[in-house]
Design a protein around this ligand. Structure first.
Ligand code: HEC
Length: 145
């Protein structure tokens, strides 16, 4: 790693601040490459087929699950602009883009199940059926037509 001379006072100040706080400046304090990479589900999870067909019942169940559990962050139109989402880093994902819908329901299911800070895991708070239903609703309302 090399620094421009103009950066050295800044780096020194940052290290001094960390030492004052009793922390050693270690590599873990610098951003890791995975923080910038796309959140990807494992291949095995991506292959899971959605067992709940999209119909009036799953759409309406999924919509209320989305409203109660996701809208605060992702916004009612799923663009990632919910009221709480504005304060989060990274910002909640836009669930309406073509790029988002390139992934399988299995991959989306895995992400909802496990979460990724600041998004919580829904493994315990939503049943498997509810996690598939919210995907049915999202695909119906915001997926490619
Ligand atoms: C506390 C805020 C919060 C809540 C609540 C939340 N999310 Fe998220 N969600 C996020 C954030 C932030 C990301 C982006 C994470 C990242 O990329 O590092 C995200 C990402 C996602 C992704 C992955 C997007 C991609 O590009 O593949 C999906 C799918 C998703 N959320 C669905 C949901 C669903 C469905 C719910 C409700 C059951 C929900 N989220 C609830 C904050 C939230």
């Amino acid at each position: 790693m090399s620094f421009k001379s103009s950066q050295i006072p800044l780096i020194a100040a940052a290290c001094a601040a960390m030492l004052t706080l009793g922390a050693m400046p270690t590599a873990s304090m610098f951003p890791k490459p995975e923080m910038f990479s796309h959140w990807k589900a494992p291949h095995s999870a991506s292959r899971h087929k959605n067992p709940i067909p999209i119909n009036a019942q799953s759409i309406s169940a999924g919509e209320s699950i989305f409203t109660q559990n996701c809208v605060a962050c992702h916004g009612a139109n799923a663009k990632g602009d919910g009221p709480t989402g504005a304060f989060l880093s990274p910002h909640p994902a836009n669930l309406t883009t073509a790029k988002f819908w390139k992934q399988t329901d299995g991959a989306i299911f895995w992400k909802i199940t496990h979460g990724k800070s600041p998004m919580p895991s829904f493994q315990d708070s939503l049943s498997r059926k509810q996690r598939w239903e919210v995907i049915d609703y999202l695909r119906h309302a915001f997926g490619p037509k």
